[in-house]
Design a protein around this ligand. Structure first.
Ligand code: SAH
Length: 203
């Protein structure tokens, strides 16, 4: 099957309504971010190992998270868990040249290899650090997305989110996580669930 057909099927299976998501997926070659030994599976709708206990997330799960993140061109976005760099590339496509993506990874080898692959994106900065503390230097952010699961929402991420900003984060213990969407309103944090998923834990 052609890659473009597969992407369309993912888009339909995930019940994704946002056409910009499909466009971003068409633009970014997933095989570039998948390790050599898994190239045959690069266009299967499944997570794949990156080594160091990390995985490149399942495409339909990413689509769902990106749709909920509702990125507007020019948004400043923080990602926790760079991994392969694949999701960072998708974020960069969605926010465009006027936007900026800061992505944090705490495994040095992964941060370095992702930074190399993402070199063509002038609007992405890869930071080797612990993402639990966010990245104050570039705060506040219009959007924050974590691709590793936490027991609780780190305070720093809420603090570094702009008013009316959106945070997407998997919360819960290993193998029993819920992806949560937080919207930072003036008087409260609005909390919605996107459903149950499995993610690498945030360490
Ligand atoms: N977004 C990635 C998926 C990464 S899986 C992609 O598109 O490929 C989750 C990643 O989060 C792993 O690479 C893991 O090393 C990283 N991670 C886990 N805890 C972290 C922390 N506290 N700070 C930064 N990165 C973390």
């Amino acid at each position: 099957m052609q890659k473009s057909q597969l992407l369309l099927i993912w888009h339909q299976q995930g019940n994704i309504k946002d056409a910009r998501i499909l466009k971003a997926f068409e633009k970014v070659p997933r095989d570039l971010y998948v390790p050599r030994e898994y190239q045959q599976q690069a266009y299967e709708d499944s997570p794949l190992p990156l080594g160091h206990g990390a995985t490149i997330s399942q495409p339909t799960t990413i689509m769902l998270m990106l749709q909920a993140l509702n990125i507007r061109p020019g948004n400043k976005i923080l990602e926790i868990g760079t991994g392969s760099g694949y999701n960072a590339a998708l974020l960069a496509e969605l926010t465009g040249k006027k936007g900026k993506v800061i992505t944090i990874e705490f495994i040095k080898e992964l941060a370095e290899s992702a930074a190399k692959k993402l070199q063509q994106y002038k609007n992405i900065k890869v930071i080797y650090a612990d993402g639990k503390y966010g990245y104050q230097k570039e705060a506040p952010y219009h959007r924050i997305i974590a691709t590793a699961a936490c027991q609780e929402i780190p305070d720093a991420l809420i603090k570094q989110l702009k008013l009316n900003g959106i945070l997407i984060i998997p919360i819960g213990p290993f193998h029993n996580q819920e992806v949560i969407k937080i919207t930072k309103l003036k008087t409260e944090l609005k909390r919605e669930s996107l459903g149950g998923f499995v993610f690498v834990p945030m360490r």
